[in-house]
Every structure is written in structure tokens, then in C-alpha cells.
Write a protein that binds this ligand. Structure first.
Ligand SMILES: Cc1cc2nc3c(=O)[nH]c(=O)nc-3n(C[C@H](O)[C@H](O)[C@H](O)COP(=O)(O)OP(=O)(O)OC[C@H]3O[C@@H](n4cnc5c(N)ncnc54)[C@H](O)[C@@H]3O)c2cc1C
Length: 303
């Protein structure tokens, strides 16, 4: 209930304006967001690399309804890709297609995405496509599917909560995709997505076996011990080596576990958001964990 309210709040432009201006939220923002500038993001990436942790850089921004803005975001992403190649090779970028204009003009978004894939290929940087709300999910998957034969190294997120996911996976016939399996962070209607946490986790475990058996180099985007332990065991059962899949976690979440997994020989990649447009991202993080909301409210009242 509370998390649904927070997910609705994540979509409110009015709240975004009010909360983004509030200086008191900065402490909380810096826990989940690595910085405002690309330089700050590269610096944070280097710190994580020192601990043997890989990174995926996410330039914050989503739900763009102005094509000029989506072109600017694409340019900034290309700049990020070039900076990765120069300073922190091995990192990837993660992008939301609503930031590249998918909700306004699918063809224009496809061109922006093509520019990113091209830049990624030229610079040896993998582009990962986030999966957003189901209102843009279908188009996101279609664009990714079309580009995949030319860019088989790219990766796309899939959401265990969505009822359509198992069928969607069967539509990748030509090339099996590299995927990031996540539970799903958006407020979806009951007919589209499971709402019960236990059911979502059960579907996550089921899909874990599927991606290990059918897709190359899967990534498990989760902080949940049940899902992590299951993936380790399922990989072992399927004869998939620790080096042939990875765990992905969000910047600032379960840092000890990230290091512990690296110590145990697993690959770990941290999803590292940077930029000024942190509001919807932060609200989704609040919705995932009520304790975060407490920090947030305290910071708003200056406590
Ligand atoms: C790398 C990565 C990429 C993602 N990409 C997408 C995407 O493209 N599309 C999408 O819909 N969703 C994405 N998500 C979000 C995902 O869908 C979940 O909402 C989120 O990961 C929480 O689910 P969980 O599996 O960690 O399990 P949960 O059951 O929510 O959490 C398990 C435990 O992890 C810790 N934890 C989880 N979340 C937080 C938090 N915010 N703050 C502090 N502790 C926390 C807590 O200890 C909690 O008990 C991504 C997540 C990750 C890790």
C-alpha cells in the first residue's frame, strides 16, 4: 500500500519540483546517487573497481517528452561511453528508452538507441537497456529485439513480476539475449503484474533457471538473499561457471554483500546512477524498503 503510494509519487512532476529543491534531502540522495557530474561518476566507479566490483553507469533521466531533450541525453550517453573507454574500461552503461524518447516517437528513439549501440561497439562498451513501466515495455523489447542480431553483446532487463515475461522470452528466436533479471520496480495493474512479493520471488527463481539454461552470460539484478543463493545453486546444478554470470546490485545497497560475493569469486556489477534528475529513481528506492522512507522523511524535516 505504502509502496504503491510512493510509486505513484515517483510519477508526480509537482512533487518532483518540490522535493528536488529541498536541500535537506541531499544526504539521502548521495547514499543512492554517485554524483551530479560524469567526473564524479567516474571517480566512484574507480573506487568500486578497486574492490573488484564492475559498474554500469546510469545517466539519470526518464519520461522525456521533448525530442530535443532525448537527443541531448543520447549525446551525454555517448560522452559517458567515451569516458568509460578512456578511464574505466569494463564498465557498461544502462539506459532507459523513455529517456531516449520512446514515449513520444518510437522511430526517433530507435535512431538514438542505434547511435548508442554504435558508440558502444566502437568503444568496446556494452549498452544495457533498462526495462521500465509496461506502457513502454513492449516498444522497448521490440527495439532491443530488432537491434540484437547486430549488437549481440548488448543486454536488456526483464521483470519477474510481469505476467508476460515468460512468453516474451520465447520471442527471441534468432539470437538469445544477454539479460538482467530483476523483480520489477514499477506500479503495474494486477492483470499485468503479480503484486504478491512471494509470488514475484517464486517467478524470479523460475526465470533464474530459464536464463541460466537458455541465455548467455545472465545477470541477476537483486539484493535478495533467497534469489542470490538460489542463483548460485542453480548455476552449479546447470554447470554454469561463476565467471559466466554476474550479480548486479544498486549503488549504496548491501555494500558488504557486494564485497563478500567478490571475495567468494563471483562477478558483481553495481548499477551507478549519476546526474541531477534523481527524483523518480530515489522514490522507487523508497518504495522498495520502508526503512529508507524513514531516512527520507527525517531528512525532509531536518532530523
Ligand atoms: C542492478 C539492478 C538493476 C535494476 N534494473 C531494473 C530495471 O531495469 N527495471 C526494473 O523494473 N527494476 C530494476 N531494478 C529494481 C528491481 O526491480 C527491484 O525493485 C529491486 O532490486 C528490489 O528487489 P530485490 O530483488 O533487491 O528484492 P527485495 O525483496 O526488494 O529486497 C531484498 C533485500 O535487499 C535490500 N534492499 C532491496 N532494495 C533496497 C533499497 N532500495 N534500499 C536498501 N535496501 C534494499 C533489503 O535488505 C531487502 O530486504 C534493478 C535492480 C538492480 C539491483
Amino acid at each position: 500500500m505504502l509502496s504503491n503510494l510512493l510509486l505513484k509519487a515517483a510519477e508526480s512532476k509537482k512533487l518532483e519540483r518540490q522535493i528536488s529543491k529541498n536541500k535537506l534531502t541531499r544526504g539521502l540522495v548521495s547514499r543512492f546517487v554517485a554524483g551530479v557530474t560524469l567526473e564524479e561518476a567516474i571517480k566512484a566507479t574507480k573506487e568500486l573497481n578497486k574492490d573488484g566490483i564492475d559498474v554500469s553507469l546510469d545517466l539519470l533521466g526518464e519520461s522525456v517528452f521533448d525530442l530535443a531533450e532525448s537527443t541531448r541525453a543520447t549525446d551525454q550517453y555517448i560522452e559517458t561511453i567515451e569516458a568509460i573507454a578512456e578511464h574505466v574500461p569494463g564498465s557498461t552503461v544502462s539506459v532507459k528508452l523513455s529517456q531516449l524518447g520512446i514515449a513520444v516517437d518510437v522511430a526517433a528513439c530507435a535512431k538514438n538507441l542505434e547511435r548508442l549501440f554504435e558508440a558502444g561497439e566502437q568503444n568496446g562498451v556494452v549498452v544495457e537497456v533498462d526495462m521500465e513501466h509496461s506502457s513502454v515495455g513492449r516498444d522497448t523489447m521490440d527495439l532491443f529485439r530488432k537491434a540484437l542480431p547486430r549488437y549481440p553483446q548488448s543486454r536488456m532487463a526483464i521483470q519477474a513480476a510481469l505476467r508476460s515475461t515468460p512468453e516474451d522470452l520465447e520471442t527471441f528466436t534468432e539470437v538469445k539475449p544477454r539479460l538482467r533479471l530483476v523483480k520489477g520496480a514499477y506500479d503495474e495493474p494486477l492483470h499485468r503484474a503479480q503484486q504478491d512479493r512471494k509470488e514475484v520471488t517464486a517467478q524470479y527463481l523460475h526465470l533464474t533457471r530459464y536464463v541460466l539454461a537458455n541465455c548467455p552470460d545472465p545477470a541477476f539484478g537483486t539484493h535478495d538473499d533467497i534469489c542470490i543463493d538460489f542463483a548460485k545453486q542453480a548455476a552449479k546444478d546447470a554447470g554454469v561457471d561463476k565467471k559466466d554470470y554476474e550479480f548486479q546490485m544498486l549503488y549504496g545497497v548491501r555494500r558488504d554483500l557486494q564485497k563478500e560475493l567478490v571475495r567468494d569469486g563471483y562477478r558483481v556489477r553495481v548499477y551507478l546512477p549519476f546526474g541531477t534528475q534523481w527524483y523518480p529513481y530515489l522514490m522507487r528506492r523508497m518504495a522498495e524498503r520502508p526503512a529508507n522512507l524513514l531516512f527520507f522523511l527525517r531528512s525532509l524535516v531536518g532530523g
